[in-house]
Design a protein around this ligand. Structure first.
Ligand code: HXC
Length: 257
């Protein structure tokens, strides 16, 4: 598969997707969206691939939706053509994926990072939702995911002022899982992804669905969802293998059933 705006590599069971529009600081235009939808669908469908890392460049993860593409767009284009709804196909990815963020993650860039299962940030990362300065607002989930991640006060301040948040504040606020020195970001992201890829695959999807459910439902419903899925894992061969391997003091050999 060839893509116009992204580079895709496989490192054993880890798919690495790099946004590649350096001339526009990886601004997310409709071709980037089409490429990402195809790459994420290919990843989800490939049973040899168990974790994905999405990254940008040293200077920018992504500086937002492409302002030049949106400049001439009116309501009919945005609403009528449902222009941005395609991103929901990226968030529908079942298998785990990580955003590895260095430099700017602004507007749609911040929103795409927040679509990931978690964010690993370089110490150079800068997050923001500056859409208000363009006369608009977040449109790919930012007002919702940022608020859930860092709470109303900080999310409201970021959206209303458009200010950027550095990596340390982002970690302290719960937006990112971990900060690493910029020079180590890719090694660390690939190492973390490889650790996830080595886990029993059905349990990985179940863990992801459980944590996401905590984001989307009330506590009682979430706990019931967790219990049912937990019980269901007891029907898998990997559960028998995992517990047997523990007792026998050896590593598990996963079959994904
Ligand atoms: C299109 C962009 C872009 C963007 C940068 N570029 N961001 N093009 N869309 N979002 C282009 C610039 O026009 C320029 O190209 C080149 O990338 C380098 O950018 P500079 O501005 O020269 O770099 P620098 O001075 O280092 O400033 C970096 C920056 C700034 C602070 C990140 O580029 C910036 O403020 N960008 C816009 C950030 C933003 O507002 N994002 C939110 C977008 S709205 P040329 O060819 O001109 O030199 C959004 C909506 C999401 O994301 C919701 C949609 C549903």
């Amino acid at each position: 598969m060839t893509y116009e705006t992204i580079l895709v590599e496989q490192h054993d069971a880890v798919t690495l997707v790099r946004l590649n529009r350096p001339q526009a600081l990886n601004a997310l235009n409709s071709q980037v969206l089409a490429d990402l939808i195809a790459a994420f669908a290919a990843y989800d469908a490939d049973s040899t691939q168990r974790c994905l890392v999405l990254t940008g460049s040293e200077k920018a993860f992504a500086a937002g939706a492409d302002i030049k593409e949106m400049q001439a767009m009116g309501f009919a284009g945005a609403f009528g053509d449902n222009f941005f709804a395609g991103w929901e196909r990226v968030t529908a990815t079942r298998k785990p994926w990580i955003a590895a963020v260095a430099g700017f993650a602004l507007g749609g860039g911040c929103e795409v990072a927040m679509m990931a299962d978690f964010i690993l940030a370089a110490d150079t990362a800068k997050f923001g939702q500056p859409e208000i300065k363009l006369g608009v607002a977040p449109g790919m989930g930012g007002s919702q995911r940022l608020t859930r991640a860092i709470g109303k006060a900080k999310a409201m301040e970021m959206c209303l002022t458009g200010r950027m948040m550095g990596a340390e504040e982002a970690e302290r606020s719960g937006l990112v899982a971990r900060i690493v020195p910029a020079a180590e970001l890719m090694d660390e992201a690939l190492k973390t992804a490889a650790a996830i890829a080595a886990m029993p695959p059905l349990a990985a999807i179940a863990n992801k669905e459980m944590v996401n459910t905590a984001f989307e439902t009330g506590l009682a419903t979430g706990i019931l969802f967790e219990r049912r899925l937990f019980d269901g894992l007891f029907a898998t061969e990997d559960k028998i293998e995992g517990m047997t391997a523990f007792v026998e003091k050896r590593a598990g050999n996963w079959v994904g059933r």
